[in-house]
Ligand binder design. Structure first.
Ligand code: TXA
Ligand code: MG
Length: 318
């Protein structure tokens, strides 16, 4: 069973030995390995039970280190990096020969990110290699936003989880690529479309999956609890169902079967609670979960994206 602790030197030692460890970031916890060590990268796929066609994000702590991993860094990408790094933004850039095909699943772009978490940044600063890290959940399940979430599902398969507390953002990074002069959002996440557009002007959002070979991990059925999840809530809800609401409880459902993302309707608070509350509801003795969609703006869009993917096999209630 994994040791959960806050010792950065321990995490470093496990990584140097070619192991994979749980690491905190501001978005979600990652399952990290030395991006320059093929065996460590293979272990990441194994532990997560992740298909090899789904590429990994490469994390580091400085622009100086990062520029060695990319073949070019367009001006518009640099502009975004300047404003949003460290932070919940991942850029797709042409890869340099330092980055293996295993990491990019054979694509000629690499996903790169400088995360904003003091513990993760300290760890990265202590390493002379970058960390490849997907979210530390089994493929297809809800992403982890605490060390305990990582331990609950992957604890038996990894030696160490570096505890950095609860993730402050709570949903994954926004993934942005560049096509000609266009800025394209492939995954909605912790940086809103509005925030991106305030820096680079109009962006194109292309998060739909089956027709999107560019982000193979954006599969429809993703981020899903084990329980059936329906979007919306019927007038007469079943009495053994739970409810995930934005701000208002539902008077027809047992209070203990409800979670309220943000009573004051703050999108950042809602995002921070989303995955943890879904896990809590998933663990209750209920038959399914009704989930309310948020207004389609700001981080509400990213939250709705996750809820829709979690509900992939189900129908709208309303
Ligand atoms: O917030 C995050 O991004 C977290 C933390 C740990 O940094 N990481 C994360 O990784 O969410 P993961 O592997 O769960 O999701 C990464 C997504 C996948 O959908 C993958 O397909 C996509 O990024 N991706 C990675 N490299 C890519 C590439 N070269 N081109 C297109 N999509 C890529
Ligand atoms: Mg993931």
């Amino acid at each position: 069973m994994a040791i959960i602790d806050t010792d950065i030197a321990q995490a470093k030692a496990w990584l140097l030995a070619g192991n994979v460890v749980g690491v905190p970031t501001e978005t979600v916890y990652g399952l990290a390995g030395n991006a320059f060590n093929e065996d460590a990268v293979l272990k990441i796929f194994q532990v997560k039970n992740r298909p090899h066609f789904d590429p990994l994000i490469v994390h580091t702590n400085s622009l100086e280190k990062l520029t060695a991993f990319v073949a070019s860094f367009p001006a518009v990408a640099q502009q975004l990096a300047e404003v949003f790094w460290p932070g919940p933004l991942t850029l797709l850039l042409p890869k340099s020969p330092l980055i293996s095909d295993l990491i990019t699943a054979g694509l000629n772009t690499v996903a790169v990110r400088i995360p904003q978490h003091p513990v993760m940044l300290e760890l990265l600063a202590a390493l002379d290699f970058p960390l490849a890290a997907p979210s530390a959940n089994p493929f297809g399940y809800i992403s982890p936003t605490s060390a305990a979430h990582v331990a609950a599902q992957l604890g038996a398969k990894i030696p160490y989880i570096l505890d950095g507390g609860a993730c402050k953002v709570g949903i994954e990074s926004t993934i942005v690529g560049f096509e000609g002069t266009e800025v394209v959002v492939y995954r909605l996440g912790g940086i809103s479309v509005e925030a991106l557009e305030s820096v680079v002007g109009k962006v194109r959002v292309q998060t739909h999956s089956s027709s999107n070979p560019n982000a193979p991990g954006m599969l429809q059925s993703h981020y899903a609890p084990r329980k059936k999840l329906l979007l919306g809530c019927p007038e007469k809800p079943a009495d053994n169902w739970g409810y995930l609401a934005f701000s208002q409880p539902n008077a027809h459902i047992f209070p203990q079967y409800q979670r309220i993302l943000s009573p004051t309707r703050q999108y950042t608070e809602a995002a921070k609670h989303l995955f943890g509350y879904l896990r809590q509801l998933d663990a209750l003795p209920i038959a399914g979960i009704y989930a309310e969609l948020l207004p389609n703006e700001d981080l509400g869009r990213a939250i709705n994206d996750r809820l829709r993917r979690a509900a992939a096999d189900d129908l709208f209630v309303e």
